[in-house]
Design a protein around this ligand. Sequence first.
Ligand code: FAD
Ligand code: N01
Length: 554
Amino acid sequence: MKMSNDSTTHEAPKNAMALDVAIVGAGFAGMYMLHRLRSMGLQARVFERASDVGGTWYWNRYPGARCDVESMQYSYSFDQALQQEWHWSERFASQPEILRYACHVADRLDLRRDIQFHTSVTSATFNDAAKRWDITTDRGDRVSARFCVMATGCLSTSRQPDFKGIDRYRGKTYHTGNWPHAGVDLTGLRVGVIGTGSSAIQAIPVIAAQAEHLTVFQRTPNFSIPTRNRPMDETYEQSWKQDYPARRAVARTLRTGVMTEVNDMSALAASEADRQRIYEERWQLGGTSFMAAFNDLSMNKASNDTAAEFVRGKIRGIVKDPAVAEILLPHNHPIGTKRICVDSQYYETYNRDNVSLVDVRATPIEEITERGVQVDGKVYNLDVIVFATGFDAMTGTLIAINPHGRDNVALADEWEAGPRTYLGLMSANFPNMFMVTGPGSPSVLSNMIVSIEQHVDWIADCVGYLQAHDLPTIEPKREAQDAWVEHVNEMAFRTLYPTANSWYMGANIPGKPRVFMPYIGGVGAYRAKCDEVAAKGYEGFALGSNRATQAAAE
Ligand code: FAD
Ligand code: N01
């Protein structure tokens, strides 16, 4: 397929690299996007700031990093040969194995020849006259592309709080989201971990086993479920491989995109004895499917309370020192409304002699001194501080590029009160700019590879449609976007999720608008909506680009 629209009347700026599609990011989203577009005969190129593919799994090399979706499901489904030939060694894959998988895919599909590594995209501006995106990079590239796909990731801008005195600290500091490739030997060192989210909960047991002493600074206790990770069972692997296409098809219709057994009854409908038995079975099974023990845990506070209390009981049972257990008990949010954590021996780690827990909720970290972390006037002397303090999630990476759309409008201004998208795929005033797993799509509430494949396929089909119909541009109509944003909100507020101060709500970043960003209506229902929109000739989108069309869209 060759792009024809407008290319004769509006040339790319002199010396600019002319592309049909510029893709930002070489994680699983950018990799598959490149593959799809190339197979359509389009000139596509990926710009990636890292030195290789893998995205999340390239950056998050902290000890203990691994997936919480089973390996057999957290992988591409678009290529039958690929899913048959790859062997996962564990039930839940570790970061190094997932990175190896990403590299294997890049080799197999020969992706790297169209990926420019060590390159950050620094600006993207829609050129109204040319109907093209002008893109610049920190390497001095000037790119002119008809389409721009932001495959920039939802958890790709790590956040280190602006602690007073941090520059004075004489020890070493690391962020889990940007861990050194060579690894860090913590043997014999006094290590501090700030944060107790998913990353910290995975890292803490591994760090504790290495360090001379580990001090954990916890502001908010989290709920964590044991993963019960184990080597891959061959019979289990084969059962998946024999049935892969059918199982993948089912997963695409489900709420989370993960095949898991949902117990379709209210927690309140079960007797107390049955409820405890069911929770115990899920606890023993391990992993995030704990939240599928009943069908109303994310909707009904009274039901949720029963699950939360069960986990609190487990924490009390595991942690030997009652005072430490008390600090670890989560009370300030319903279970699951912050991303449920999974672990290997997390709570058990607090029984070790070389681990201490500091509660920094009532008395926050005051400053980082030359020697360590100061809380309530006391300095905890540390050789290493690990920031497990999370990400400016879902919007931070895109806002850092701050694309400028029609009439030079800035995305940061358009999203000042929170992200506004139609279907999480596009934003009004930003023609031909697509987002993969953007805010307003199921995204981080799902098996991300399922959602990535759905978005990439939809975007590729959309580009094909525009080509076939000789349409230069596509962008959401304002009223369709407004209606979608309202729907996303309405769905969120039917659940308990907005009651938590989570990164889903932007609550972890000072000053960030409090908006529930992902779409909670489920992967299956969302896919059906996207398919319906496309089948109706891209209902809710303005196709074509002249001012009259745009005016009609407003
Ligand atoms: P990413 O993998 O984040 O890739 C985006 C890429 O864009 C990055 O390589 C980044 O360097 C690049 N980039 C960004 N901005 C620029 C720029 N301006 N210029 C150039 N390059 C840029 N999801 C699950 O479904 N299950 C899990 O178990 C799971 N575990 C996770 C564990 C961790 C520690 C984290 C952080 C996330 C986890 N996720 C999980 C979510 C995970 O992010 C997705 O599953 C998936 O890997 C996202 O792929 P992506 O390609 O969309 O984004
Ligand atoms: O980040 P987080 P994360 N003083 O934001 C604390 C995915 N993931 O990297 O809650 C003290 O969850 C903060 O405290 P509080 C997954 O989607 C998956 O752990 O704000 N503490 C919190 O405890 C996950 O949700 C896996 O009070 C401060 C922590 O830092 C997402 O990535 C593994 C502080 C940040 O937790 C992000 O997880 C890893 C301060 N000033 C990641 N500022 C899997 O298992 C922040 N904190 C699949």
